[in-house]
Write a protein that binds this ligand. Structure first.
Ligand SMILES: NC(=O)c1ccc[n+]([C@@H]2O[C@H](COP(=O)([O-])OP(=O)(O)OC[C@H]3O[C@@H](n4cnc5c(N)ncnc54)[C@H](O)[C@@H]3O)[C@@H](O)[C@H]2O)c1
Length: 325
């Protein structure tokens, strides 16, 4: 299939491009390079450098590639930044989605696969979160993702649009050091940064009602996330119904468990600094991933050791980072 991945020069997008190419698809990328870098793409991957906000150019690029399906990954993703700069998030993510759907309509593209997020659930209650759980985003970022899902459903109700939305949980790791996440918003890169700088990593709260008092999250390897996109495209090609799917392992890991794994894998004997809990952090957010297993035959294959190990390999291979011994 001829596919355009928006945000394909970013961390997750580049892994998605790789997985789709492995499945034999003809993939081009639209990216404004605001956080992405072209070195994540092979030389033979067509890259259209433009913002998804530029509807005319997006439509032109979709036509130029003969696009049949858009994988819309491009977005801003930092929860705390979305609280400080909500208008920027609504512009990039929500108006961005409006622009992509408009361009698809102009270019006659009838299929979209969308990068959503577990942030749509806010602070869920219960052990596992399934796709029927109440959506109550706790940040402007989460709201932008929920609004995009709603926009897709509304357009699909009025047209013949086929769609899938994948709600990723905590994405981490790397399939290749060159494709790694270079941001430092998430726990695992924050831990590496702290231990390489010789300061104890901070953990926020150790009195949550969880097995060791720290927050529990569902860490999913980015290569598994990418494979879920390949499975979704196979499903869309063979007439699977439009749907929302959680992308997680179904198993939770506490912050302390991440610390112990990072100690073992890095070989660094570091301690951590317990800070007060952060507002809005829920005790546990773990996916029920049964729906995608049943519907598309996908399930995660990598465990926490693979995630932390691959992230550490990428981190320590970055020459600009001084790795303390
Ligand atoms: N990383 C996670 O844990 C996580 C979890 C849930 C959902 N997501 C979602 O996954 C997607 C990808 O996240 P990521 O971690 O790869 O982030 P990233 O910042 O590495 O990638 C985003 C890509 O989109 C591009 N981009 C941003 N705004 C654009 C615009 N207006 N026009 C064109 N390109 C634009 C960036 O240059 C970058 O290449 C986002 O939609 C994010 O909300 C990420």
């Amino acid at each position: 299939m001829r596919i355009v991945v928006t945000g394909g020069a970013g961390y997750i997008g580049a892994h998605v491009v790789l997985a789709l190419r492995r499945d034999g698809h003809d993939v081009a990328v639209i990216d404004d390079l605001s956080t992405g870098t072209p070195d994540r793409l092979t030389d033979d991957t067509p890259l259209f450098v433009c913002s998804v906000l530029d509807t005319e150019r997006v439509a032109e690029n979709l036509r130029a590639h003969g696009c049949e399906l858009v994988v819309h990954v491009a977005a801003k993703k930092a929860v705390e930044q979305s609280v400080a700069e909500p208008l920027m998030y609504y512009r990039e993510n929500v108006i961005g989605m409006h622009s992509v759907l408009s361009a698809m309509a102009q270019a006659g593209v009838g299929k979209i696969l969308f990068s959503s997020s577990a942030a749509v659930y806010g602070a869920p209650t219960g052990d596992l979160v399934d796709e029927q759980a109440v959506t109550a985003p706790a940040s402007p970022y989460g709201w932008t993702k929920l609004m995009c899902e709603q926009m897709i459903r509304d357009v699909a109700a009025a047209t013949a649009l086929d769609w899938v939305a994948l709600r990723y949980f905590n994405v981490a790791g790397a399939a290749d050091p060159a494709l790694a996440d270079r941001g430092e918003n998430n726990l695992i890169p924050r831990v590496f940064r702290a231990i390489c700088s010789g300061v104890p990593p901070q953990i926020f709260g150790d009195e949550y009602p969880t097995r060791d008092g720290t927050c529990i999250r569902d860490y999913i390897h980015v290569a598994d996330v990418a494979d879920a996109h390949a499975a979704a495209v196979r499903g869309m090609s063979s007439g699977a119904p439009s749907a929302i799917y959680n992308i997680g392992t179904g198993s939770g890991t506490s912050v302390l468990e991440v610390m112990h794994t990072a100690r073992r894998i890095t070989g660094r004997d570091f301690d951590w600094d317990v800070r007060p809990p952060r507002a809005g952090d829920s005790p546990a957010v773990v996916a029920d991933a049964a729906k995608i297993r049943a519907g598309l035959g996908w399930q995660s294959r990598h465990d926490l050791d693979d995630i932390v190990g691959s992230a550490w390999q990428s981190w320590s291979s970055r020459s600009e980072i001084p790795v303390a011994r």
